[in-house]
Design a protein around this ligand. Structure first.
Ligand code: TMP
Length: 221
């Protein structure tokens, strides 16, 4: 299948601020006449949202690392089939809050699952789709976790905190994993420090993203 749209993923540790930034980017692009599909993983469509509930429920502490990996892969397969692939084929800009790099960072660097198993599953789940640009909001996990825990306390409804309950050492491995992925693919990754204000971080992201979006899409700004 030929993808003609543009695919941007956002990544980072818990509480790094990527969800705020991806929303701001979607609003900016919409204001400039670029249609975006704003989505997230795990989730993004009804079946994957159900899988998300299982994955993030803190009561599911017994979930084995391999079962967890396969649930992420199942959710991604459905999401790519139903949402991402059709949107790219229709020429849209897709903004996704986490994608395949999260599985490498969390399930391989974090949990210690063999990288080849993850790469193989990701290959099947992604079905030829890969981000054109990945924004990594880099943040000290100690700071991010504090922010994420405060947000959970302030939110009503299901407590999506299975990962927030992991140790600081786990989140430090995840951060290091993301940094290594970014170093391996400098053309795809844009690394932005998450330690500034929301406005400062967004100013860096927006100025660089607009340059990276292909001419054909920028022309309609
Ligand atoms: P979120 O808090 O950014 O919505 O992400 C949900 C959690 O799922 C977060 O703790 C990271 C984790 N995750 C993985 O472990 N592997 C994955 O492949 C994805 C997409 C997310």
């Amino acid at each position: 299948m030929i993808h003609v749209g543009f695919f941007i993923s956002f990544e980072g540790v818990e509480g790094c601020g990527k969800t705020t930034q991806i929303k701001l980017l979607s609003e900016l692009l919409a204001a400039r006449g670029i249609t975006t599909v704003l989505t997230r993983e795990p989730g993004g469509c009804p079946i994957a949202d159900k899988i998300r509930t299982i994955l993030l429920d803190a009561e599911n502490r017994a979930l084995s690392p391999l079962a967890e990996l396969m649930l992420y892969a199942a959710a991604r397969t459905q999401h790519v089939t139903e949402v991402i692939s059709p949107a790219l084929t229709a020429g849209k800009v897709v903004l996704c809050d986490r994608f395949c790099d999260a599985t490498v960072a969390y399930q391989s660097f974090g949990r210690g699952i063999d990288r080849s198993v993850i790469d193989n599953l990701n290959k099947h789940a992604c079905q030829g789709v890969s981000p054109d640009l990945t924004v990594l909001v880099d943040c000290d996990p100690a700071v991010g976790l504090e922010r994420a825990r405060m947000r959970i306390e302030a939110t009503s409804g299901p407590r999506e905190e299975r990962f927030e309950l992991e140790t600081l050492a786990f989140h430090q491995r995840v951060r290091s994993g993301y940094q290594q992925l970014a170093a391996q693919e400098p053309d795809r990754f844009m690394v932005v420090s998450g330690s500034g204000s929301i406005e400062e971080i967004f100013s860096t992201i927006s100025s660089q993203v607009v340059v990276r979006i292909p001419e054909v899409l920028r022309a309609i700004c």
